[in-house]
Design a protein around this ligand. Sequence first.
Ligand SMILES: *Cc1c(COP(=O)(O)O)cnc(C)c1O
Length: 395
Amino acid sequence: MTAPPSDDDRSSSGRTDVVHLGRDPDAQQGFVNPPVYRGSTVLFPTLERLKTRRQPYTYGRRGTPTTDALSEALTKLEGGAMTTLTCSGLQAVAAALLAFVRAGDSILMVDTVYQPTRKFCDTTLKSLGVETIYYDPLAGAGIAELVRPDTRLIFTESPGSQTFEVQDIPAIAGVAAKRGLFLLMDNTWASPLYFKPLAHGVDVSIHAATKYIVGHADAMMGAIIANDRAASHVDRIKEAMGLCPGSEETYLALRGLRTLDVRLERHHSAGLAVARWLAERPEVARVMHPGLESDPGHAIWKRDFKGASGLFGFVLHPVAEAGLAAFVDHLEFFGMGYSWGGYESLILPFDPRSYRTATAWTEPGPALRIHIGLEDVEDLKADLARGFERMAAAA
Ligand SMILES: *Cc1c(COP(=O)(O)O)cnc(C)c1O
């Protein structure tokens, strides 16, 4: 019922890739992992070399063997032409957008996008003379009606932040290709293993590597993976903005990548198990998890994705604030806080009413986002069940 993705529906190469890509033990005295190169200055042995720059590394900001190891692995995992690493997921989103827009352009932005992405559009892009038009995540091929002569790109994020609507990426890619638009996607939820944006017609895949790639809540990191068509734009913004993550963070992301597949299998199966359990609870009005057969996005998720991560949402029947507090305040295994994708379980109340503009959120009860970590799933259910008991007692 909650089996992790099988080899039938996922090439086993992804599994082998996360272990082997970006590593060359022969080049480092046989040690399994690459060293952490810390550095700014790179020396040139001769004037001729300085002038021609004909050596692999020229300056710390422009890349090191450590950043190359992670970039190479991500480029190959997603089938791209190149990867630029950044200090955070938000920096990756912002840089990717800046790589393509010019004053006078407009962009189509999914209404269910990560909220700080929306803020970047509504403040920084606006001040640069770029207009953002928000669209319904379920628009699919209908997005063609929103394309204007000044539209430059379409930005997608699937499933949507907090409310988990699944977008029909191939349908949107068809429109983008026909109208000559760039198509960008925030692929953080699925990670490079469970969705392949570039194979579905996306030009630029963006990750908050902070989440599942780092995987241990101990570093911030972002990545922009571009296809051939988009690579020169992304490369230019990398050079212009001096995008370069720290060496230690890069190493932590590389280390996280090695176990991404096994961690995701657990997040997938445990997340689905808790989602099904929540769906049966009398306190719960609705569970938002595309892996559930009852979810409106299930068919597209099943067609396009190779698994689900451990992040989903649920809505409670209306309950007083004191009841909600009694539920979340004393959970033993669920922490309350931002971010997700680590080994630990998290829970976070949210209310999209104040920031969505192209869609209406009409659920009367409180909504919660939940991240199912690597704990025993029975312990997690029991913890939530005790929370529901406290909620009833507080009502
Ligand atoms: C967290 C997140 C980001 C931003 O990543 P940071 O590393 O926290 O800056 C971007 N997109 C999505 C979907 C996220 O969940």
